[in-house]
Ligand binder design. Structure first.
Ligand code: PLP
Length: 418
């Protein structure tokens, strides 16, 4: 029934978005108490990711937070190992869960762990490694890690990608994380999920441990806080649905991000964060994105090749390599490395003046973020700092046209001559 409302998969027009809102109003609860759309999303996500069990959360950051809190309560984890150059929201979730941060440096040409990276096991407590799989590029799992190390495969940006061994990102460790926020691999209006892999019993002990460790009404009732699925749309969801069609189009990015109350366009580095409530609106928008994934994957693969070809010959390092052509890498952003910070900043300024959807993602390494410093055990990640100063990412979604690519390339050529 849903595909009739959005025949092209993604929201094909503002009307399709409106139809979603109407369908949300008509959503009914299943006998188990959760909305049908939440159950449909859990089922579809299970099929797509191969997870044994899927539990919805209010967003990707909350999924990480609960996973990390459970790892601390259940397994005595005290420290999170993560890339020095990564999404700061991962660090915020870890700090909120009461864990120390140990950033590991990454190679500048590939964003991968340095060959032979070692993960020190300090105080005898088990460690936990988060793979952040930025921009759709699957991280490798370091061969040197000890068998006791818990790994979280964060697929927020890479759920559509397969790695070199043909494994879906999000499925390569006991726990995977998904997000349905704007600009993610499944770009909906919000929401997230915990993907329990290999061991379908993992979900229950995690919940039981949390229930014991923290007296929280919602956990005690068998639900993760935040994974609400009210039948009524929240105000923020209604605003986001209204803006959805417009907000995907590069020239309008900036405009939409400025509308107060939508929470769009920002990566939040705050250490204190709320759990937004979700309704069937969020779950349905994610179901739609999942149904569109097949077309989206094709389109993003074509765009990856177009960017590669168009930018070949410029003195810019393309992080995407021929390995990514062979494996089924599906980008959420196309990353490029400039020779200097000044060149990168000039390019960003000129591209953004034309509304071409370029972004620095991310402006600083974790070790350089003042609010994280008190929680960091390893204060130097020189490669990550250099990456943060010189990286730019370009869009690869369905509204990127040949004209977008030509205009971008012409600006980049101009900047490289400076
Ligand atoms: C790799 C990664 N993990 C987790 C998150 C948090 O996801 P959400 O925005 O759904 O809270 C993000 C968000 O930018 C991300 O990029």
């Amino acid at each position: 029934m849903w595909s009739r409302l959005a025949p092209a998969g993604n929201f094909s027009s503002p009307l399709a978005v409106l139809q979603t809102a109407l369908r949300v109003r008509a959503a009914k609860r299943s006998p188990s108490g959760s909305s049908r759309s939440a159950a449909e999303l859990e089922r579809n996500l299970k099929d797509f990711s191969g997870a044994d069990n899927v539990t919805l959360t209010s967003d990707g950051k909350q999924a990480l937070y609960w996973a990390l809190l459970a790892a601390k309560a259940l397994l005595g984890v005290r420290r999170v190992y993560l890339a020095g150059f990564t999404c700061p929201e991962i660090a915020s979730a870890a700090v909120k869960a009461g864990l120390r941060l140990h950033p590991l440096d990454v190679a500048q040409d590939s964003l991968q762990w340095e060959p032979g990276v070692t993960i020190p096991q300090a105080d005898g407590a088990p460690g936990l490694l988060v793979l952040s799989n930025l921009f759709g590029l699957p991280d490798s799992i370091p061969t040197s890690i000890s068998p006791e190390m818990l790994v979280i495969d964060d697929a927020c940006q890479s759920l559509l990608s397969l790695d070199q061994l043909n494994r879906r990102v999000g499925s390569r460790a006991a726990l995977g994380i998904a997000s349905f926020g704007r600009g993610k691999a499944l770009s909906g209006i919000g929401g997230g999920a915990l993907l329990f892999n290999n061991d379908h019993t993992l979900a229950l002990p995690l919940k039981a441990a949390l229930k014991e460790a923290f007296s929280n009404r919602e956990i005690a009732a068998g639900r993760w806080p935040g994974a609400t699925d009210d039948v009524m749309l929240t105000m923020q969801e209604a605003l986001k649905l209204t803006c959805y069609y417009t907000m995907e189009q590069p020239p309008l990015y900036g405009l939409i991000s400025r509308i107060p109350g939508t929470g769009l366009g920002n990566v939040s580095c705050e250490l204190e964060f709320d759990e937004p409530r979700r309704s069937a609106g969020s779950w349905l928008s994610a179901v739609t994105q999942l149904e569109a994934a097949k077309n989206d994957i094709k389109h993003r693969r074509v765009l990856m090749q177009k960017w590669k070809q168009e930018l070949t010959g410029l003195p810019l390092h393309q992080i995407v390599s021929s390995d990514h052509d062979q494996a089924l890498t599906v980008l959420t952003r196309f990353p490029l490395l400039f020779e200097s910070r000044d060149q990168r900043n000039l390019a960003l300024q000129l591209l953004n003046r034309q509304g071409l959807g370029a972004s620095a993602s991310y402006n600083a390494a974790l070790t350089e973020m003042p609010h994280l410093k008190p929680y960091i055990d390893q204060p130097h990640c020189p490669n990550s700092s250099s990456l943060a100063a010189r990286l730019i990412t370009l869009p690869v979604h369905r509204f990127v046209t040949d004209k977008t690519i030509e205009q971008t390339s012409s600006i980049l050529k101009q900047v490289c001559k400076c």
